[in-house]
Design a protein around this ligand. Structure first.
Ligand SMILES: C[S@@+](CC[C@H](N)C(=O)[O-])C[C@H]1O[C@@H](n2cnc3c(N)ncnc32)[C@H](O)[C@@H]1O
Length: 261
């Protein structure tokens, strides 16, 4: 099985409140009444997956993630109705027409061929079932543009040049087209949140938990320290700290699809 580079659940969870907001906004648009089988694909540390138990009190909820570290973090949250397993979404399958709801939050951006996975997800849904997707659409924001630019310069380029996330992710309309072609009714939109982050080097701390991870992990300790100092200084200029905190504008793309009955 293919695995993704090592995730650090503690670093990722530093801004749990801000990271949880789009998940809540996504799930609010799923109008399933009493689903019995719910999957969270790319569940991460499982804290958001666990909120689905209250949302659907009769459902069994299963979280899947390719990172052993994330699943280890999630396991203590397991209950009779909630379980977690390691698995790669590129290989994930379920019995056709066996699942009521699939949620995949902040994950498909890591899979360049993500649109090819959608027919398999829809196939797994029961007629009338729901697929809910959220991905960051901030690949051209300064946080990522600076990361790519710096990673392509010496002495980092040799190790880090191709490690950045691709900036191009599907637009809402592309999800509409892809999921309509699978017989779904689709509601797709985008939102730019203005997260107010507290503390020093707040944006650096945020991206260290997600988008910058593959670049940073490609570098030796010495180079990583140097990279973080340069990257952090440039981020502080692009996202100045103010009296109330540091504003991080963050565009996100949503698609909620209901399979035809
Ligand atoms: C940014 S985290 C999101 C976690 C969680 N959904 C949340 O909203 O907090 C992205 C997650 O996607 C997982 N991931 C990346 N590629 C994956 C793949 N091919 N298969 C399964 N999980 C994957 C990572 O391990 C990571 O836990």
């Amino acid at each position: 099985m293919r695995t993704s580079p090592v995730w650090n659940p503690q670093q990722y969870s530093k801004y749990a409140d801000e990271r949880g907001r789009p998940f809540a906004d996504l799930v609010a648009r799923i109008r399933a009444d009493e689903p019995s089988t719910v999957f969270d694909l790319g569940c991460g540390p499982g804290n958001l997956t666990a909120t689905l138990l209250d949302r659907w009190p009769t459902a069994t909820v299963r979280g899947v993630d390719s990172s052993q570290e994330m699943i280890d973090e999630a396991q203590p949250l397991s209950t009779e109705r909630l379980s977690f397993e390691v698995g790669d979404l590129r290989e994930w399958t379920a019995e056709p027409e066996s699942v009521d709801v699939i949620v995949t939050n902040a994950t498909l951006q890591w899979i360049p061929e993500q649109l090819d996975l959608l027919p398999g997800f829809v196939r797994a849904l029961k007629p009338g079932g729901w697929l809910a997707i959220q991905i960051p659409g901030n690949g051209n924001a300064p946080s990522h543009a600076i990361l790519r630019e710096l990673a392509a310069t010496d002495p980092y380029a040799e190790f880090a040049k191709d490690k950045s996330l691709r900036p191009d992710v599907p637009a809402p309309a592309e999800y509409v087209a892809a999921l309509s072609a699978e017989g779904c009714t689709v509601d797709a939109w985008e939102t730019t949140y203005s997260h107010i982050l507290q503390g020093e080097n707040a944006v650096l701390e945020w991206v260290k938990g997600t988008g910058a991870r593959p670049v940073l992990q490609s570098l030796s300790d010495e180079l990583r320290e140097r990279f973080e100092a340069e990257y952090g200084a440039r981020l502080d200029v692009a996202y100045p700290r103010q009296g109330f905190g540091t504003v991080l504008p963050f565009r996100r793309i949503f698609a909620v699809a209901q399979k035809g009955s």
